[in-house]
Every structure is written in C-alpha cells, then in structure tokens.
Design a protein around this ligand. Sequence first.
Ligand code: HPA
Length: 249
Amino acid sequence: MGQLAIIGGTGLAKMDKLLVVRQHKIDTPFGKPSAEIIEARVKNKTVYFLPRHGEQHTIAPHRINYRANLWGLQSLGVTEIIAVAAVGGIQPNVGPETIVCPDQLIDYTYDRAHSFFSDDFLAKHHIDFTYPYIETLRQRLLTAAQQVAIEMIDNGVYGATQGPRLETAAEIKRLAQDGCTLVGMTGMPEAALARELGLDYACCALVVNWAAGLSGQVINLSEIEQVVSTGMASVEQILIQFIEQSGLD
Ligand code: HPA
C-alpha cells in the first residue's frame, strides 16, 4: 500500500491536528501544485496534505493546476486521495451542514486541462470512468464517519460547474433534472486526472448552502462562511479517524 493524501478545499486550507514533518516544494512537467505539499503525522501515521486553492485561498476553481497537484502527490508516493469539497445542495436530503460521500459525477466544466495526455495520446489512454470514485475508499470513509458518530450520506451525484460564479436558478433546475445531488466547482477534472494516474480517489463533500433558487432567497456568502467553519470541524474529525486507520506507519 502506498501513501494517503488529503486535498483540502474551501474551509480546509490546513488541518490543525496534523503534526507537520516536512513541506515539499515540488515542480512537475505541468507546473507547480497549488502550494507546498505538507507531509504530516497523525498518531504515527503519515499523511500528505495539499490545499487545492492555495494556502491563502487565492486560486479560483478554474485556475487550479489540477494536473500539477495530482502529479505532485503521486511523485511523493501517494496512491490514495480523499478530496474535500464545499458544495451546494440540490436535493431535499442534502441541506446545509450535510456531509456526503458521492458515488457519481457529471462534468459541466470547460476550458480546463482535463487530461495528462495531449500530443502523445494513444488509444489505451481512454480511461474507464464508469464509477468515478473508488468504492473501497468510499466505504472506508463512510466507516470512519460512523466510528466518530457523524452522519455521512452514502451516494449522490456531484455536478461539477465551471465557476467561479455561482449558478443561475435555471442552471440548478437543469442539474436537478440531470440527476445531480450536489453542485461544486472543483470535482472535475480532479477525479478524472486521478484515474488517469491510477490513483484511488474519493470525495468528502460538505454542503454549505442550498443551490441557487432553492431557498427562496439569493445565496448569502456570510451564511456560507458560518456553515463552512462549523461543518469543516466535523469533516476534520472524520478525516483524522480515517487517517488513523489508513495511513502508513
Ligand atoms: N455552487 C457551486 N459551487 C459551490 C456552491 C454552489 O452553490 N456552494 C459551494 N460551492
């Protein structure tokens, strides 16, 4: 088994319970990752941590160098990734503060570097993506949540939008009709790039608002901030439990 990494999203630019061992400043054939990759210990287990939006949350979803992030993690020996994301809730069972482990996604993003293969593409590079998240990793994450008695919804369809603006009410209606449970801006191409590299990948999504048009009001960013800070504390608890069980000694 290789190493475990957490990719932190909005509200999780660092994890206080991690004991930092080293910071890896990495360059890849695709440029630099969003930040130095933190190598840390949790109760004698090693874990790597990378904040997707940069240390100060200055990198917008469409400007993230997803390829450098995944390549950089793999270059350190990472084989498993839990991707944390703050998302909007579309279906009635996923209101603010709900934590979800999606099992499917739909990609609405565009103009992002979504493959490691460009000029050197071969037929064998068409990855299978029927199930975008690795089921065994999802189950281990759900078990960790159960062990710390935090509810985590099993299954859901993550709709990945381009951003950085939030959606219109009509766009959310369309996503709902398509079968989306959640909407976020960073789920793709991250998941597909992980698959291209053969990395196991699962998502831990925290719902921070009702998606556009669903609450009867416009989206209030300060309310989102509130939910992010309380909800990410629960997400962190799940992650620490997960690392304690999964990380390498
Ligand atoms: N839409 C897209 N991305 C998001 C949202 C949303 O409503 N909330 C948090 N990330």
